[in-house]
Write a protein that binds this ligand. Structure first.
Ligand SMILES: Cc1cc2nc3c(=O)[nH]c(=O)nc-3n(C[C@H](O)[C@H](O)[C@H](O)COP(=O)(O)OP(=O)(O)OC[C@H]3O[C@@H](n4cnc5c(N)ncnc54)[C@H](O)[C@@H]3O)c2cc1C
Ligand code: FES
Length: 329
């Protein structure tokens, strides 16, 4: 871990197991044994990223809510352990209330933490039952939260300028990342795109970061007209410094960033956004195909435990049908 909190490397999962076990404290709201077992089994496979703290599993009170234009809102919760442990790129599984109604928690990236105030914030787009109910919570009411979860972003290679590419609500983890990188002396450059100006709901927050921000909208209502990846390419054409790409947003945008990274030989970390039922490697709803260095073929892996941040060069976007059949055998 660098001094910023941006992970420098991921320790081998097997090395992390004793420390995970040592932190299981039945007196606190840490994850309980039935969830730990499958978590450890995945980690024993040698790939997983639980090199950080054991997640919190408990109630967290809402301390502030800001409704933004259209379907967006900012929610700030108090939980000292989440605020302390969270790293850019990690997420929480969260649901409104503490009852069994709305049985499943939903994944949301951590937008910000305030370690002194013991709070963490989420940027929520209302799309369905859980996100709507979350955005209707009032300060003082509780949510049930598991986290922080997943593999965070890693620090850029020495000398590389971090270029952060955000689409829609994908801006949330990148704002957190930008703040931590700046605290570590980097000057990241942010590319923030959406369909139109109203999809850039955190434009003001990105401008306040104090780092260059390039807006792009499909309809030209704010910033460059066109795709955010086109702005990125223009920037890369104009500047010859080594760069490291970080992206979070819709899948077509992530695929375009992966292609740019491949073509230009740049390192790239993508935060994926598949359906997630559990967030801890049990339900397998989030599997993605990854081919790691030295592996003969791709394997299905859980984006919740091995991601959501994944090296772009490992992601298998398209597989021929026969290879898929072979994997299924
Ligand atoms: C790692 C990770 C991080 C995430 N971070 C954020 C975040 O910071 N902010 C945020 O707002 N969301 C984030 N999401 C997405 C968020 O988890 C989903 O939007 C949420 O699960 C929707 O739950 P729901 O019950 O409100 O909607 P559901 O009832 O599950 O869905 C309602 C309808 O909306 C559609 N829908 C569901 N999700 C989306 C979507 N993401 N975009 C468009 N349509 C959708 C469904 O197909 C369905 O038709 C993240 C997802 C992942 C995997
Ligand atoms: S979300 Fe359940 S295994 Fe990943």
């Amino acid at each position: 871990m660098s001094s910023t909190g941006v992970a420098a490397t991921s320790a081998p999962a097997s090395a992390a197991l004793p420390s995970i076990r040592a932190r299981i404290d039945p007196g606190r709201d840490y994850i309980r044994a039935p969830l730990i077992a499958p978590l450890l089994r995945l980690n024993d496979a040698g790939h997983a990223g639980y090199h950080l703290r054991v997640p919190v599993n408990g109630e967290t009170p809402l301390v502030a809510r800001e409704l933004l234009a259209d379907d967006y809102c900012l929610l700030t919760f108090r939980h000292p352990d989440v605020a302390q442990a969270a790293r850019p790129g990690q997420f929480v599984m969260i649901k409104p209330g503490a009852s069994a109604e709305l049985p499943l928690r939903r994944p949301f990236s951590i937008l910000a933490v305030d370690r002194e105030q013991a709070t963490f914030s989420l940027f929520v787009k209302r799309v369905g039952a859980s996100s709507r109910a979350l955005s209707q919570l009032c300060p003082g009411e509780v949510a049930t939260c598991l986290g922080p979860l997943g593999r965070p972003f890693a620090a850029p290679p020495p000398g590389a300028v971090p270029l952060l590419i955000a689409g829609g609500y994908g801006v949330a983890p990148l704002i957190f990342l930008a703040r931590e990188l700046m605290r570590d002396g980097h000057l990241p450059c942010l590319f923030y795109g959406g369909r139109s100006a109203k999809d850039l709901a955190l434009a003001g927050m990105t401008e306040a970061l104090g780092t260059p921000v390039h807006f792009a909208t499909n309809d030209g209502s704010r910033g460059q007209a066109g795709l955010v990846t086109e702005s990125l390419e223009r920037h890369l054409d104009a500047y010859s410094q080594p760069a490291a790409l970080y992206a979070c947003g819709p899948q077509p945008m992530l695929r375009a960033v992966a292609r740019i990274a491949e073509t230009r030989g740049l390192p790239a970390q993508l935060s994926l956004d598949p359906w997630m039922g559990c967030g801890v490697g049990i339900c397998l709803s989030c599997v993605v195909r990854l081919r790691r260095a030295g592996e003969a073929r791709a394997k299905y892996r859980c984006a919740c435990t091995e991601g959501p941040v994944i090296d772009a060069h490992e992601i298998v976007w398209d597989e021929p049908a026969d290879a898929t059949r072979e994997e299924a055998r």
